[in-house]
Design a protein around this ligand. Structure first.
Ligand SMILES: Cc1cc2nc3c(=O)[nH]c(=O)nc-3n(C[C@H](O)[C@H](O)[C@H](O)COP(=O)(O)O)c2cc1C
Length: 186
């Protein structure tokens, strides 16, 4: 049985839900999976795992410190593994076609948050996942809540409904499942 480790860092929960969704698919494909929130659990050894997936949410263009530290600490070992990286971020899911054309946000996000991150640590992932984010207005820092307020209207106009009061999930679960299935078959 192939053993897979999924390590993630999150601030608002998107990377956590995504890690769990990825784990569900891998398990159904016959993998033995361990999921770890690197802020809560220290991983000391990855020698047991053939596949390692590292993911993070993005805030002000940054991975969480803990997920990035994992890449830094294990870069040598990760070079010898099948590795996949994913991020959950707002730029993955432009809310209008016009915005998409104008900003090319997903392409830029893929380059900045995934390709450049892999290159920084000399890693050659077999897959890069760019997934949408969660906007949790109850959990945002005070300095961002006001600036982000107009986003609520944009989310609603784009047809994204609150999953709970103040929480909008823009992730495409099917895209996450498809990405994971492809990874499992590699
Ligand atoms: C204060 C703040 C800053 C953000 N900065 C960015 C950003 O720089 N780029 C981006 O694509 N998304 C950004 N987002 C959207 C987040 O990436 C999104 O909330 C995602 O779900 C974060 O991952 P997490 O839920 O796992 O923490 C930001 C969100 C907040 C609340």
């Amino acid at each position: 049985m192939v053993k897979a480790l999924i390590v993630y860092g999150t601030r608002y929960g998107a990377a956590e839900s995504t890690a769990k969704d990825i784990a569900d698919v891998l398990q159904s494909e016959g993998f033995q999976v361990k999921v770890a929130n690197v802020k809560e659990e220290r991983i000391r050894d990855i020698s047991d795992y053939q596949l390692v997936i590292v993911g993070s949410g993005i805030q002000i263009h940054k991975w969480t410190g803990e997920a990035e530290k994992f890449l830094k600490d294990f870069q040598k070992e990760l070079r010898a593994k099948k590795l996949a990286l994913f991020v959950c971020c707002g730029s993955a899911q432009p809310l209008t076609e016009k915005e998409d054309e104008k900003t090319k946000a997903p392409q830029k996000a893929k380059r900045k948050y995934l390709e450049e991150k892999a290159a920084k640590y000399g890693l050659k992932p077999v897959a890069l996942g760019l997934f949408g984010g969660v906007y949790n207005f109850n959990k945002m820092p005070w300095w961002s809540r006001k600036v982000m307020q107009p986003l609520k209207k944009q989310l609603e106009s784009a047809g994204i409904k609150e999953t709970k009061p103040g929480i909008y999930d823009t992730r495409d679960l099917q895209a996450i499942r498809n990405w994971t299935k492809q990874l499992a078959h590699q």
